[in-house]
Each structure stands twice: as C-alpha cells, then as structure tokens.
Design a protein. Sequence first.
Length: 207
Amino acid sequence: MSVDAPAAPPPSSPSRRTAAPPWELILLALTVLSLALIPVEIHRAFGLPAHPLIIHIPVILVPLVGVAALALMARPAWIERHGLLVGGFAVAATAATILAVGAGEALRADRGGGRPDEVAAIDAHASAGETLRILVVLFTLALLGTLYARRRALAGPAMIGLRVLVAALAIAAVFFVIRTGHLGAKLTWGDRGPGGGGPPPGFRFGG
C-alpha cells in the first residue's frame, strides 16, 4: 500500500509575493508636504518677476488634470490604468499653484500701491488666486483619497459620493484658474484709455 506524498503548495502569484507600494498614500503625503510652500514668496526668476513665469504651470496643469479627473470619475474602470498618473500631475499642479500664488503676493508687495481702481483689480485677482489655491489643494486630496478608496475596493454610495466630490472640485478648480487668469490679464493688458490695451504704465521687462 503506497502512501501519496503531500501535495506541494501552489506557487504564490507575483502579486501576492510583492504587494504594490501604496502610491496613493505617498502622493497624499507629498501633497501635505507641499503645503509647506505656502509661506514661500519668490520675487524674481531669470531677472524677471517670478509670478508671470510660474503662473503658466498651473494655468496648463489645472485644466488638464481637472478634465482627466472628470474622465476618471465618469469611467471608474480607467482608474487602475491612469489614476496614479493623474494623481501625480495633480500633486505637481498643487505645488505649482501654491508657488504661483506666493509669487503673486511677492509681486504685489514689490509694486506697492496704485490708483484705487488698480488696487481693487489687484485685490480681485489676489482673492481669486487664494480661492484657486484652496480648491486645488482640496481637489488633489479628494482625488488621491478616491484613488486609495478604489484600491481598498470601496464601493456603493460612499464611492459614488467621493466621485461626485472630485468632479465638483475639478469643475470649480478649472473655473477659478480661468477666472484668475482672466482677472490677471485684464489687470496687466486691459484697456487703458484712448491708447487701447497694453502693459501698465511703467511696466518693464527685467531690470
């Protein structure tokens, strides 16, 4: 009578041997660390005021990331393939927005006062920028939280609520980046009387 040898345990799959790093939590940590940039006010870069240079980064990234996030929230199946990429760009957009707002505050301090209408326009632009900074931070946190919830297989009304929240914040962030840019463009290049549009009086490139 033969005795069968005990069956060998099935080989573990690569996914079980090596768990994927919690990239969502790493990106969340980077987002929180980026808040340390809030007090940073960069005055000049390459001999020019830093704000008009830095602002191009969030002006490009925020709408792109916002639209991509809307697509992910509409098609959750895409999250596994593209979620971390969008999340990484969202973190970059957050850091760039924070630096751009700080550079704007530095430019405002460098310019000093002005006519009452100019001061009011600067205040409106600065207020929109502050709102944009808050919205972008909240959007990135909500997006990364949703990616992590998807990783943890969260489903049902809770997941739907997170997707709706991300979509709403994405729309708000895109709206405010457009509004902030529009107010800034009017402030710099808006109509200034009979001569039409152009840079503000005394505006100099460099120097």
